[in-house]
Design a protein around this ligand. Sequence first.
Ligand code: PMP
Length: 440
Amino acid sequence: MSIAIDPTMMPNAFRHGDNENLPESAKHLIERRGELLAPAYRLFYKRPIEFVRGEGCWLYAVDGTCYLDAYNNVAGVGHANPVVVAAVANQLATLNTHTRYLDGIVLDYAERLLATFPPDLGRVMFTCTGSEANDLGLRVAQAHTGARGVIVTANAYHGVTEATAAASPALGPYRGACDHIRVVRPPLSSSDADGSARFVEEMRGAIASLQRDGHGVAAFLCDTIFSTDGVLPSLPGLTEAIDLVRAAGGLYFADEVQAGFGRVGSAFWGFARHQLVPDMVSMGKPMGNGYPVAALVARPSVLETFSRNNRYFNTFGGSSVAAAAAMATLGEIQSDGFLDRVDRTGAYLQEGLNGLRQHHRTIKDVRGTGLSVGVEIASGTSSASERAERIVNFLADHRVLISATGPQANVLKIRPPLVFGAEQVDLLISTLDQALKAIE
Ligand code: PMP
């Protein structure tokens, strides 16, 4: 068996012994990884790839071949984006200090970032990773509410720290002490009326259970595109569920690490698509286009108790270089026509995928928004997850990179850099067509 799937989803390691057909240099690197890195790491794809360069939505392998990147949501404004590279290099060559000095750069960025939010969300705290932003948010929520309980979706992923791993059922059974965590299953689609009613009922049950066990409700933490839950662009019942959380004294904590910064198109933030205003929002991944910068944005009142009782300093969070990277990235995202193009390319991608669905019964559902798209694979002579894994590996062998996600790992996850265009969609669709023919 090999690992081709989202590492947050798949417990199986790439096993040595699958290596026979790999180039010598890849075999050597795999051997060195085995000797040097903890075995907790997982590799993508049956035939792991060594990249040496990236540009736009293309990645170049060591042998010079060029891969279409339809999966990387970190390099949102394109691999090696020259504007971001120059901003980081210039700032690093000039000054790089932290938030304990007066620094206009981080304030300029904070102002520009907060302008993308509803006015109620008026303060920001900087971190380096999405995990840290979620971890901090949970501390803030617990300080504000005096409660400890956290509700998450059934296959959520929120990070690597002790608190966020506990809130990440996607990690499986060894995620740590989670007495204070309750899970709710989201509905699968907007037409899933039963699933929607069940979701609200499960929220009611989760709240009651946390109260009964003395934890109380600190927050409902949820990824606003539900990426590890199988990519769920519309979630009937979400508003009702959040009303229940708030009535129980808990906060709505939106995880925008996946959905934020234009991934969902011109809505800009995932929560905005649901006409909801969260109490707290975490963000990261594409925020610095590869430079590690992340943040927590919150209502000022929510931050009061935490800020009174704690001082906050994060050495690299909000450094001058992090702010410069984030500012340049945001400038690119907000440049003329950029987000409209994400909307257009996303619509064209879904149109192409729905076209394939007409000819291939393997495709059970196509869903998504902007450039976050899920393609649900049906079972056939083999299980749906095996088929999804075969498709992902076929595409990688044909130089198109995607992955798979969802509770059954049977939803193809297509999440390219936002600079993806119609030409790249055509290549992706024609290669996926070949993959579907090959597995059928
Ligand atoms: N939340 C979500 C929804 C994520 O997808 C991730 C990363 N996959 C994280 C949090 C954690 O972010 P990071 O890896 O930067 O710590």
